[in-house]
Design a protein around this ligand. Structure first.
Ligand SMILES: NC(=O)c1ccc[n+]([C@@H]2O[C@H](COP(=O)([O-])OP(=O)(O)OC[C@H]3O[C@@H](n4cnc5c(N)ncnc54)[C@H](OP(=O)(O)O)[C@@H]3O)[C@@H](O)[C@H]2O)c1
Length: 260
């Protein structure tokens, strides 16, 4: 695959597919280089109208246009879709599955030998240009194919190469992570509302606090616990709030949720 322009087929355009599409287009991907397929024709039509990409309900038709095929339907559909498209893939194409829990070996075993396979786990925050994709290229991938897959996901955020066994452990932190932080954000906004603060003001404050804390953590070499001590002077209100969270086992509950 030596062309500089890569044609992408996105098979499945639900929550995650659309997040990737929006983030990638905002990151410079040309709509005319994208084919999208989904199950419902009216859904495809809406995506074509909104984004100016090519659309179809025929997975094989989308796949045969593409150098890079992203499988973005649910885990229960993905291997059936592979069976639909495998006879229609271009020589040297690469197929990347974002389906949680579908093993690379299952993908590779169903694809023709001339096609590369990779597994990726993106995050919904791709739609805001701050995604994080865990990427595991299969042994079947060439360097050019890995570069093409990396470039696609890098349009909407960061890409981290990981081992396939790490997906199950890292997924709850990365692709599941926004749900945990939004849970905390929602609770903070609600607590402010209990004390009479309008939710839009609470939300603005919490948003900036989350963005500022992420930037601070990124800038510093210190551990999160060390940074937290800077906001929690001994005997002060900050440390008492953390003590209340600990008394109610919030930290233990988070660790349990992420390790169950
Ligand atoms: N949501 C996340 O945060 C997240 C994070 C990481 C990975 N993932 C992975 O991303 C994949 C999609 O998740 P999602 O949350 O986006 O699911 P979703 O919202 O249910 O979307 C599924 C999409 O697949 C389409 N589809 C279903 N069967 C199809 C078929 N046979 N051919 C073509 N398209 C088909 C659906 O089309 P219609 O809309 O027309 O019905 C829909 O657009 C899953 O495998 C999941 O493990 C999700």
């Amino acid at each position: 695959m030596t062309t500089t322009r890569t044609t992408i087929a996105l098979l499945g355009a639900g929550t995650m597919g659309q997040a990737l599409l929006a983030g990638s287009l905002a990151g410079g991907l040309a709509p005319e280089d994208v084919w999208v397929s989904a199950r419902r024709p009216e859904h495809v039509e809406r995506i074509v109208d909104v984004h100016g990409v090519h659309g179809t309900t025929d997975n094989a038709r989308a796949a045969e246009q593409a150098d890079l095929v992203v499988l973005a339907a649910g885990p229960a559909q993905v291997l059936d879709i592979v069976a639909e498209i495998s006879g229609h893939l271009r020589e040297g194409a690469v197929v990347v599955s974002i389906a949680d829990g579908i093993a690379l070996a299952d993908l590779e075993g169903r694809l023709p030998a001339h096609v590369g396979a990779a597994r990726a786990l993106p995050s919904i925050t791709a739609q805001a240009g701050h995604g994080l994709t865990l990427l595991t290229p299969g042994a079947s991938c060439t360097t050019a194919q890995i570069d093409a897959v990396t470039s696609l996901f890098a349009r909407s955020g960061e890409v981290l190469r990981v081992e396939e066994e790490q997906h199950a452990v890292l997924g709850p932190l990365s692709s599941g992570g926004p749900a945990h932080l939004l849970y905390v954000a929602d609770a903070m906004i609600e607590a402010a509302a209990v004390r009479g603060i309008p939710r839009d003001l609470g939300r603005r404050i919490v948003q900036q606090v989350m963005a500022g804390t992420a930037a601070w953590l990124e800038q510093s070499d210190e551990d999160a616990a060390v940074l937290r001590a800077d906001v929690c002077a001994p005997g002060g209100a900050g440390i008492r709030r953390i003590a209340t969270l600990d008394e109610r086992a919030v930290r233990a509950a988070l660790v349990a949720a992420l390790t169950d």
